[in-house]
Design a protein around this ligand. Structure first.
Ligand SMILES: [Fe+2]
Ligand SMILES: [Fe+2]
Length: 320
């Protein structure tokens, strides 16, 4: 264990699962309703519809997608759209665990208050997203390498690396990502929800920048931070893996050449370049210069080749 606290921290998606149907639900529902300006009904806002259109996922540029039947296209869109909200919900669950742990590790009263409020925000965000999509299947977290990575970080890392990885990078990334989701949905209630989440995440991220800049790190933490950021960059460099997975299933499989062609069609290099620039900008804001230099030397900020990315994705999908 790397934690400075002797209190054991459960894997974020484990502890919630155990209490999912507890007798606390009615009280939690009431607390959530009381905190909203207007009451909400019990049915998810999106129902059977996708919250984002073909252009948002750039699927209109994919010849394989355009050749699918209309109903298959609709189900691919719905899967991609639900995956957006599901991932966001898991991140909020992880955020609740993160803030609880950080509250225990706080170095002064202000910091402890910050993380207690932070946790309340994440619980509220989770409920807001539940209004959009409905119940979350927690077992799905174990199928996502990103969520496993995130859960392990929260469970095992110490205070300063967590500030950098969660508050500076993931919360900062979340601001960009949630803003894009808000700008591109035609559902006004969904837009409102993402806008209010972004406003909270801005404080979470901003406090992370302040805390990280004044933090002292030891050489071991520096090594672990660079490794973890490197792992995150490697996942980003895979490009639209989630969208491709849904398309792959709907199409009944794809060859390596078809995957390469898909990546070309959707300009994946442009998107990856944009995402890598965002992460580099966030690290620069936190003055994590040594980490940037190390990762640059490893070539992790460079744009991967289409063929290289296609073969990594083929391996993940089990293309023979
Ligand atoms: Fe959140
Ligand atoms: Fe947050």
């Amino acid at each position: 264990m790397r934690v400075e606290s002797s209190i054991p921290i459960s894997f974020p998606f484990e502890i919630i699962s155990a209490n999912d149907r507890s007798a606390l639900q009615p009280i939690l529902n009431r607390m959530f309703k009381n905190s909203l300006a207007s009451p909400f009904g019990g049915t998810p806002i999106l129902g059977d519809e996708a919250g984002w259109g073909t252009e948002f996922f750039e699927l209109h540029k994919s010849s394989i997608f355009m050749n699918l039947t209309e109903s298959t296209q609709k189900s691919v869109l719905k899967s991609c759209s639900d995956a957006n909200i599901e991932e966001a919900m898991f991140i909020e669950v992880a955020g609740m665990t993160f803030s609880s742990k950080m509250s225990l590790l706080a170095q002064n009263l202000n910091e402890r208050e910050l993380y207690c409020r932070f946790g309340a925000d994440e619980a509220h965000h989770f409920r807001q997203l539940q209004m959009v999509l409905g119940e979350l299947n927690l077992k799905k977290a174990y199928q996502s390498s990103f969520l496993k990575f995130l859960g392990n970080l929260i469970q095992t890392e110490s205070r300063v690396p967590l500030i950098l990885l969660i508050q500076v990078l993931l919360e900062g990334w979340g601001i960009h990502y949630y803003s894009t989701l808000s700008e591109n949905t035609s559902y006004s209630e969904v837009k409102k929800i993402f806008n209010s989440i972004v406003a909270d995440e801005a404080s979470h991220h901003g406090s992370g920048i302040i805390l990280f800049r004044e933090a002292l790190t030891n050489p071991n933490e520096e090594i672990r931070m660079a490794e973890a950021v490197g792992e995150l960059l490697s996942m980003v460099r895979l490009g639209p893996a989630g969208i491709l997975t849904h398309l792959y299933k709907a199409n009944g499989g794809m060859t390596l050449n078809e995957i390469s062609h898909f990546l070309d069609e959707v300009n994946f290099q442009e998107k990856i370049n944009r995402d890598l620039e965002i992460l580099k900008h966030l690290l620069t804001k936190a003055k994590a210069i040594r980490i940037i230099e190390k990762l640059e030397r490893q070539g992790l900020f460079s744009i991967p080749s289409v063929r290289g990315c296609a073969s990594l994705l083929s391996n993940l999908l089990g293309v023979s």
